[in-house]
Write a new protein. Structure first.
Length: 212
């Protein structure tokens, strides 16, 4: 006889107690899943992952003390093999890009049906990515078709800060013409009509972040 399948140990991370309990009830209705613990903040999650060593972390993004994407990056730094699945209400490009860039293996919305959430947990546990088609399409639009060079990202950030082409050239020690060419390239790659639209698009998609 084949050995019974080892259950998947899941840590739920969400700052809303009702959501945590609802997810726990939903997941534990499955024979092959055990909710080994719950955390109400990203910092608490860091402690609980170290203590419980779950197979999969099911994590929201908007939480107090530390943003989910920052927590994902920190968890992956400390526990390189940890498998993280995002479950959130936020579907803006910036959140999707930052979470996956930080190391999440899947990204779901809380409106996702129970069966698909369970399937995603199983897929991530098997070290498979789980990104729904609509989110995968938006991710491709962000990082596939629009690959910006590091220099172009620097230029975009300065554009977003309000600098002119001449000021950008001085800041980066390049010629005015080179600065103009970089800005023009950014407009083409982001399908933007002007500098303002390019900067706004880059921020919305998480390609650049302005200093606090």
């Amino acid at each position: 006889m084949a050995e019974p399948t080892k259950p998947i140990n899941v840590l739920i991370v969400d700052d809303h107690p009702v959501v945590r309990l609802g997810l726990r009830t939903m997941l534990e209705s499955e024979e092959n899943i055990i909710v080994t613990g719950m955390a109400g903040s990203a910092k608490e999650a860091l402690l609980e992952v170290a203590r419980l060593q779950p197979d999969v972390v099911l994590m929201d993004l908007r939480m107090p003390e530390m943003e989910g994407a920052d927590a994902i990056a920190e968890l992956r730094r400390i526990h390189p093999d940890i498998r993280i699945l995002v479950l959130t209400n936020y579907e803006e490009d910036e959140y999707i890009f930052r979470a996956l860039q930080a190391g999440a293996m899947g990204y779901l919305l809380k409106s996702t049906p129970q069966e698909e959430i369970v399937q995603a947990v199983e897929m991530v546990h098997q070290n498979k990515r789980c990104i729904p088609p609509n989110i995968a399409k938006r991710l491709f639009e962000t990082i596939g078709r629009e690959e910006l060079s590091q220099r172009e990202l620097e230029v975009l950030k300065l554009v977003a800060s309000g600098l002119t082409n001449k000021e950008i050239a001085q800041r980066l020690f390049i010629s005015d013409k080179t600065a103009r060419n970089h800005v023009a390239s950014c407009l083409v790659k982001l399908n933007a009509n002007d500098r303002t639209e390019a900067a706004t698009t880059a921020i919305r998609r998480g390609l650049i972040r302005l200093s606090e």
